[in-house]
Design a protein around this ligand. Structure first.
Ligand code: ADP
Ligand code: MG
Length: 717
């Protein structure tokens, strides 16, 4: 134990040989501050330096350890190639070139004819023979002895995630040093004994030894390490740490107070009365769940999933009514300005009835486009509590926005924000009211309703949303006609255009969606512009408008409003219309280059039509040739109308990482676990997490800290 008396694992890296303050500073960038951090900085992959490979048997693409003698070396310069040092290197079985683009005089000396070296690097095709660029090399004895000049590695060599100024060799030395100390020091194993026994997991020290220095009986390329008991143990522990982190968060939030909100039955009845449609049974069920939850003086933490068009907005409105009618504020956050405006309009309409006159007056829309005086006025109205229902984009969570009695937070289309932002935002919302808010009310946090249309498989939801209760709207409103989806080659573009012309002449409205061009928003907007121009030239008498992400918010909204009011027949758009545009009369959608989009996104886009009484058609137009997988994916959409089924099939085709999408994965970046590969552990992990929370809470903090770092990426509440 060191002088400070800290347990072994919490000792500073400064206690290690070779680490001074400068290196310690650089290690911080890798989140390495303690000996434990060194041990849990796990290898990304391994290199096999356990056997010397004959040069004659090398193949391009292979990483190998070789031994031989420099036959001669020369500096080549001029011509088209860069100045470089070339060493012709041979071992009797064959020869190879070692190429260096940067080299010092001293190196040139080390690499001169007659020198005997051991090298490691990746073999590739050079100008006319195999070569290795910048191999790692070391001098070995001039006269080889039968027992080998110096011993080769006994285990696979770990390759760690690095950072500038920190060499692999240093990381390797550090981990070897700490592992060595582990022979005499001990580290607490927080995984319950029962779990270790049940799965025959090795103890922590053994597992770490193996993960850093696996035996060469494992294949370095295919990395079968995840299949070893040591690998499985660490995977389990990492999943457990993530689960605990979210559950800890949940427990902390649940312990706080919230405002119990009761919606008067007569108000709920009046609201439903004037809707113009009856809530579906599925909607009624989740409304009941939510109203039950927010009655409590503990904060609701609820995820509401429902397919596109299942009617989540009206559910949110009812929850909002519960808050507003009791004189409390509710914030509804959405990802785009178009959607914010749309919701604002829906709420205005639904609350326009006499019974809600107060509620209607109390809606306010706040987006990034509010500037200057109007913005100040809105901010003041929110701060002074003159407005109860605050609808907006993430502009809602800027420091200047000060809520007044905020009792409910609703996040719509959560999948567009990502798990990270959700938690950051919750933290922010907590901060805004967690202390004393501007009305002087202390120590409560808002109820939270998180809505999403992206159906994510249960196992993934269990990880990404482990802190939330779960409601689902599992049926669409009655009378919806399923969207008839067809797949068409772009070679038949003329027919498609004729179809659009025909539909518009008969009073129908249509979308023409231009998809991403190589991830570039600018190019996507240009594509939409030229498509709009092309269609305008071709389609006489059809009123065409254009909407894309680079237009000003006012312009966008004006265009969408014109479309909604039937002053536009054909709306050419980029994927900005993916969420929130609700124009029931639109019944035809063309998606250009549909093969470029993910299934979830196509399904979400398609959800813009089929909202009215007319039967709708969605044309997925692809650029031939279409790959086998592309064909299969579009076929899924053609055959499946239900978002959950689409997601399930997509999952089979692409695996969970892809399905969840990069926007979701931020938080789920794990060190060794892989949600796609390891999800079978989740039910067990969940149980063990519950067990620890109730029976061994002292293990929570150390486990979370060990795997997620002291910063605890999920944030504090
Ligand atoms: P989403 O779940 O995708 O957010 P919305 O809330 O936008 O769905 O609802 C889609 C459309 O369906 C809206 O025009 C909405 O007014 C309408 N709607 C919602 N619930 C019902 C219902 N029970 N019956 C008929 N139409 C409904
Ligand atoms: Mg919606």
């Amino acid at each position: 134990m060191d002088k400070s008396g800290a347990a072994f694992e919490y000792q500073s890296v400064l206690t290690l040989k070779g680490v001074g303050s400068a290196i310690a500073e650089k290690l911080k960038r890798l989140d390495i501050a303690t000996l434990q951090d060194v041990l849990f900085h796990l290898p990304l992959r391994y290199e096999d330096r356990t056997t010397v490979v004959p040069i004659g048997s090398l193949q391009a693409g292979q990483q190998a350890l070789i031994e031989g003698v420099v036959e001669y070396s020369e500096v080549k310069s001029g011509g088209r190639s860069r100045r470089s040092l070339l060493c012709y290197f041979a071992d009797g079985s064959g020869a190879i070139v070692l190429r260096f683009f940067h080299f010092s005089k001293a190196q040139q000396q080390q690499l001169s004819a007659g020198k005997r070296l051991r090298c490691f690097g990746e073999v590739r095709f050079g100008a006319n023979r195999l070569e290795i660029a910048h191999p790692e090399y070391q001098r070995i004895n001039e006269t080889p002895s039968s027992d080998g000049s110096s011993a080769v590695e006994q285990s696979l060599t770990p390759v760690y995630p690095g950072t500038e100024g920190i060499h692999q060799s240093l990381l390797r030395k550090l981990s070897a040093q700490v592992l060595n100390q582990l022979n005499t020091q001990s580290m607490t194993d927080w995984l319950p004994e029962t779990v270790r026994q049940r799965y025959r997991f090795p103890d922590l020290t053994a597992a770490l030894q193996q993960i850093h220095h696996p035996p060469n009986s494992l294949d370095a390329d295919t990395l079968l390490l995840s299949a070893t008991a040591a690998g499985q143990r660490l995977i389990f522990e990492e999943l457990l740490a993530h689960q605990l982190s979210l559950l800890k968060l949940r427990t902390a939030v649940k312990k706080q107070s919230a405002i119990g909100l009761t919606l008067k039955p007569e108000l709920l009845a009046a609201f439903q009365q004037q809707l113009g449609f009856a809530l579906t049974a599925a909607q009624q069920k989740v409304v009941a769940e939510i109203l039950d939850d927010i009655k409590q003086p503990a904060p609701m933490l609820r995820l509401l999933q429902g397919d596109v068009g299942s009617g989540k907005t009206v559910v949110a409105a009812i929850a909002a009514l519960a808050a507003a009618s009791n004189g409390w504020q509710v914030a509804l956050m959405v990802p785009t300005e178009i959607l914010a405006e749309q919701h604002y309009n829906s709420f205005q309409q639904w609350f326009s009835d006499q019974a809600f006159s107060k509620t209607e007056n109390s809606c306010v829309l706040l987006t990034g486009r509010d500037r200057g005086k109007s913005r100040q006025q809105k901010l003041a109205a929110i701060r002074q509590g003159e407005r109860q229902i605050i609808i907006g984009t993430h502009a809602l969570f800027q420091d200047e926005v000060i809520f007044n009695r905020l009792a409910l937070l609703i996040v719509d289309e959560q999948h567009r924000f990502g798990v990270h932002q959700r938690l950051a935002l919750r933290e922010k919302a907590g901060l805004n009211v967690g202390g004393t808010d501007s009305a002087g009310i202390k120590n409560y946090v808002p109820h939270q309703l998180i809505m999403t249309a992206t159906p994510i498989p249960r196992s993934l939801a269990m990880t990404a949303y482990a802190d939330l209760d779960y409601s689902v709207i599992d049926a669409l409103p009655a009378g919806r006609k399923p969207v008839n989806t067809v797949v068409v080659s772009a070679q038949r573009r003329d027919e498609v255009i004729a179809r659009v012309a025909n539909a518009c002449k008969q009073g129908e409205q249509a979308y023409w969606v231009c998809t991403l061009v190589e991830e570039s928003e600018v190019l996507q907007c240009q594509a939409a512009e030229s498509t709009a121009q092309m269609l305008t030239e071709l389609l006489n008498g059809v009123r065409i408008a254009l909407v894309h992400g680079r237009m000003k918010a006012e312009q966008k909204q004006a265009v969408v409003a014109a479309f909604k009011n039937r002053r536009v027949d054909l709306l050419v758009a980029t994927t900005v219309i993916e969420v929130g545009v609700d124009v029931p009369n639109a019944s035809l959608m063309i998606i250009d280059n549909a093969e470029r989009l993910g299934l979830a996104q196509l399904h979400q886009l398609r959800g813009r039509i089929g909202r009215g009484k007319k039967s709708s058609v969605c044309v997925l137009m692809y650029q031939p040739p279409l790959s086998q997988q592309g064909r299969q994916r579009l076929k899924i959409l053609r055959q499946t109308g239900n978002g959950f089924d689409v997601a399930k099939k997509d999952l089979q085709l692409r695996g969970p990482g892809e399905v969840l999408g990069t926007r979701q994965t931020g938080l789920l970046q794990m060190r060794i676990a892989d949600l796609a590969r390891d999800s079978h552990w989740l039910p067990e992990v969940k149980q063990v997490a519950e067990h620890i929370i109730h029976h061994a809470p002292e293990a929570i903090e150390p486990l979370v800290c060990r795997w997620l770092g002291r910063a605890d990426r999920y944030g504090q509440v």
